[in-house]
Structures are given as structure tokens and as C-alpha cells.
Design a protein around this ligand. Structure first.
Ligand code: 5GP
Length: 249
């Protein structure tokens, strides 16, 4: 089984959209390379707004360290995951570093049934597919690290993956992830955590219940206002990754 196409995923999303039309919840989707700080930012907004719920995905990747079933992920075997795909149980799924990750319809229906706003942490194709399915109810945010060196340090500190796996993640980020910022509504450069927290909270509030100040602050992070800086950063990140991966060979 390979990565899904956008078309097949869109069909599934549309079916779910119909059954969820009466619900008011919105979706905040964060994407970016592993170690870019997506989960830290989601946890931060959830502290300020407990009505925001983090959707738990299904995955075939092995459980890490202190992760718990049903909290970090619903852990599945490859066979179980593929059966769920065949049964149409996913809104979207993707293959990342040889493992599957997917957003379950049931999970989203449960959260929207509680009228919750939902935060998702997805690969780039996952973010694009959720946006296609739910349109303006979805705000997508791309989190960019300022350097691969800091990203690698964060991944090393987690002590959850081998040096080889970390290398694969950096390679995937450099080759497939960081160049596609143009598909996102907002971009955050995760340099200083405090600044990134301010950015994400203003983005979230700007489409929830924020006032003028939040809307004005969020405007700064809109993709169209960040793309020149982004282009430069992506160029230097790609160069840095190339050098780093060549050195480690
Ligand atoms: P990790 O193995 O570090 O937990 O996650 C690897 C990647 O999978 C991250 O980029 C994360 O955003 C993404 N991911 C987690 N859950 C899902 C999901 O349900 N769908 C998609 N498309 N990506 C996911």
C-alpha cells in the first residue's frame, strides 16, 4: 500500500463533512518537521483553552518511551491499519518514514460531537487533505525550525529514536517537507519559544473569539506575509541538511 492520493482522501472527507455540518467546531492543523515544536505549541494552546482537543491519530509506528495507547496514538499493526483503510475509517492517512499515520473519522466525529475545536498534528499531505475536506473551518500552520542543528539536538534529547532514524527524519524534512510552505495559511519560524507561543495563540484566537489585537497580530504570520523570509530560510536549511548528512556518512 502506498501513500494515498489527494482525490481519494477528498472523497472520504466530503462524506464526513456532510455528517458534521451541524457542528460548529473548527480545526487547527500544525505541520512541520519532527522536532519543530508542534506538540509543545498544541499543549500550550490547550492550557489556555481547555475546549481545544487534540485529535489522537492511528499509527503503525512502534510506541516510544512513555507513550500510552489512546493518548499519544492508537497503535495498530500494519494489517489492522490496512483493514481500517479498506473499511473507509480514515478521513486522511499518509505514509511517513515507512509507517502509516491516519486521522480516524470516529475520533473527529466524537470531538466535533462534543462541539470541541480540534487540534491536529499532521504531515503536509495530511494537512492539505483536511483543508480540502473541511475548507474554511480549517486553519493550517507550518512550523519551520531555524536550523537543523537545533532540530537534531531536540530529537537527540528525546532519546526515543536511533541516530539512523533521526537522520531519516532530517532527510525527509529537507527533501519533502520544508519546501512546501506555500500550501499553508500561516507560517511560524520557531526561533524563540515565547515568540512562537504568541504567534500560535493569536492565530488560534483570530478565528475563534479574538479581538482586533489578535487579528492584527495573526496577520503577520499569514503565508503571504512570511514567504520572502521563508524562501531564504528554506534555502539555507536545505544547504545545512546537505552538509550535515554528508558529514555523517
Ligand atoms: P511521530 O512519529 O513523530 O509521532 O510523527 C511523525 C509525523 O506524523 C509527524 O510529522 C506528525 O505530524 C505526523 N502525523 C501524526 N499523526 C498523523 C495523522 O493522523 N495523519 C497524518 N497525515 N500525519 C500524522
Amino acid at each position: 500500500m502506498t501513500s494515498p492520493t489527494t482525490e481519494t482522501m477528498t472523497d472520504r472527507g466530503e462524506i464526513l463533512e456532510k455528517s458534521c455540518n451541524e457542528n460548529k467546531g473548527s480545526f487547527l492543523v500544525l505541520s512541520g518537521p519532527s522536532g519543530s515544536g508542534k506538540n509543545t505549541l498544541i499543549d500550550f494552546i490547550r492550557e489556555t483553552d481547555p475546549t481545544l482537543r487534540h485529535s489522537v491519530s492511528a499509527t503503525t509506528r512502534p510506541m516510544r518511551g512513555s507513550e500510552q495507547e489512546g493518548v499519544a496514538y492508537y497503535f495498530k499493526t500494519r494489517e489492522e491499519f490496512e483493514k481500517l483503510v479498506e473499511e473507509g475509517e480514515f478521513i486522511e492517512y499518509d505514509c511517513f518514514n515507512n509507517n502509516y499515520y491516519g486521522t480516524l473519522k470516529k475520533e473527529i466525529e466524537k470531538l466535533l460531537g462534543e462541539s470541541a475545536n480540534v487540534a491536529l498534528d499532521l504531515t503536509v499531505p495530511g494537512a492539505v487533505n483536511i483543508k480540502k475536506a473541511f475548507g474554511d473551518r480549517v486553519k493550517t500552520v507550518f512550523i519551520l525550525p531555524m536550523s537543523f542543528k537545533t532540530l537534531k539536538e531536540r530529537l537527540d534529547k528525546r532519546k526515543t529514536e536511533s541516530a539512523e532514524k533521526i537522520r531519516e527524519r532530517i532527510k525527509a524534512a529537507a527533501e519533502n517537507e520544508i519546501g512546501v510552505y506555500g500550501c499553508f495559511d500561516y507560517i511560524i519560524f520557531n526561533d524563540k519559544l515565547e515568540d512562537s507561543k504568541r504567534a500560535i495563540i493569536s492565530i488560534y484566537r483570530s478565528f475563534r473569539d479574538g479581538g482586533e489585537a489578535d487579528i492584527k497580530e495573526a496577520e503577520k504570520y499569514k503565508q503571504k506575509n512570511q514567504c520572502v523570509r521563508c524562501e531564504e530560510l528554506v534555502r539555507s536549511l536545505k544547504k545545512e541538511a546537505e552538509e550535515m548528512l554528508a558529514e555523517e556518512k
